[in-house]
Design a protein around this ligand. Structure first.
Ligand SMILES: [Zn+2]
Ligand SMILES: [Zn+2]
Length: 334
């Protein structure tokens, strides 16, 4: 079977590797679609994603597909089931898992590396999806589950003012979640005019540039700021513009070489809370339910549908982050 590898040194390769049969409680899934994530681009650039990267590694972790076989200990799935995967494995036994934090599991590793014709996650990482949900949309389960976890942390109160940075794929999902959380005014900060249009279409009350938000922050008290870009400059501005009693969620994945700094005194006078969010503990099921509800517009976020082979040039195009979601098709089933 074919699989798309990051082999080190800015090089991506599609390799032919042996296809396995599922053992123990593994579910063998014929991958239909897999989203290309910002962390895949990070890995390709030699930086770490949620885990340390040691190439060669198969990229991709946002996949959906159809079950073709199950291991002998598997209880809940059978061939033909339509499913989405959570790629983050928690052992269920270590101290962190016992405390309810599988995202900090000491044995955590990626299962369901989706740039691959087949994946074999253990069944605890597999989620059934309704027949009404198409498999391409179901591949949004993982990024959406991460966004849900982030918003769970800050608990947006109805009627409050929220500023959200960045209309990439994650920001576009986040914006819609913020809208359904009952926020009052939602202001999106985005440099590209085309993306500001998309923000208005997906529920923002206002879409502005980073210069404009500085001025606005002097006129209104911004209760929540959600940063979905991960750039030093925008993360620092996010902290600066937050109002009194403000909560700032730094959701975008930052560069470890570029630490953020902020004025502690200013933050103190506002009694600011700063949050970060790591992975997607216990939120995959909710992500599936939300996708099944049809409430979210994922179609408007997709910028390209590419084959496993075409991803190489996409990874090299550093302007990637300016686009929406790139979906990689494997079996291409719906
Ligand atoms: Zn991802
Ligand atoms: Zn564990």
């Amino acid at each position: 079977m074919k699989a798309g590898y990051y082999v080190g040194d800015y090089t991506y390769e599609v390799r032919d590797i042996p296809e396995n049969e599922p053992v123990e409680d593994q579910v063998k899934i014929r991958v239909a679609w897999c989203g290309l994530c910002g962390t895949d681009v990070h890995k390709f650039q030699g930086k770490n994603g949620a885990s340390v990267v040691v190439p060669p590694i198969i990229l991709g972790h946002e996949c959906s597909g159809i079950v073709t076989a199950v291991g002998p200990e598997c209880k809940y799935f059978k061939p033909g089931d339509r499913v989405a995967c959570d790629p983050s494995y928690g052992c269920g036994k270590c101290s962190w898992c016992q405390q309810g934090f599988p995202n900090f599991c000491i044995e955590r590793h990626g299962v369901a590396k989706g740039f691959s014709e087949y994946v074999y996650p253990p069944e605890q990482n597999v989620y059934p999806i309704a027949d009404s949900l198409d498999l391409e949309t179901a591949a949004f389960t993982e990024p959406l589950s991460c966004a849900i976890h982030g918003l769970d942390l800050i608990q947006i109160q109805s009627g409050k003012t929220v500023v959200m940075y960045g209309m990439g794929a994650i920001g576009s999902l986040m914006l819609q979640l913020i809208k359904y959380s009952g926020a009052g005014e939602i202001i999106v900060v985005e440099r590209e005019a085309e993306k500001r249009e998309l923000a208005l279409k997906l529920g923002a009350s206002l879409a502005v540039t980073d210069q404009e938000i500085e001025a606005l922050s002097k006129e209104l008290n911004i209760d929540y700021v959600v940063e979905c870009i991960g750039l030093k400059q925008t993360m620092e501005q996010a902290i600066k513009i937050a109002g009194k009693n403000g909560k700032v969620l730094l959701f975008g994945l930052g560069d470890p070489e570029e630490p953020v700094s902020f004025n502690q005194f200013e933050a103190y006078t506002k009694e600011l809370s700063i949050y970060t969010s790591f992975l997607n503990p216990h939120t995959s099921e909710r992500a599936v339910k939300l996708l099944e509800s049809g409430l979210l517009d994922t179609k408007s976020i997709i910028s390209a549908e590419l084959s496993l082979e075409e991803i190489g040039s996409e990874l090299r195009a550093l302007e990637y982050s300016r686009k929406g979601k790139v979906m990689v098709y494997l079996s291409k089933e719906h």
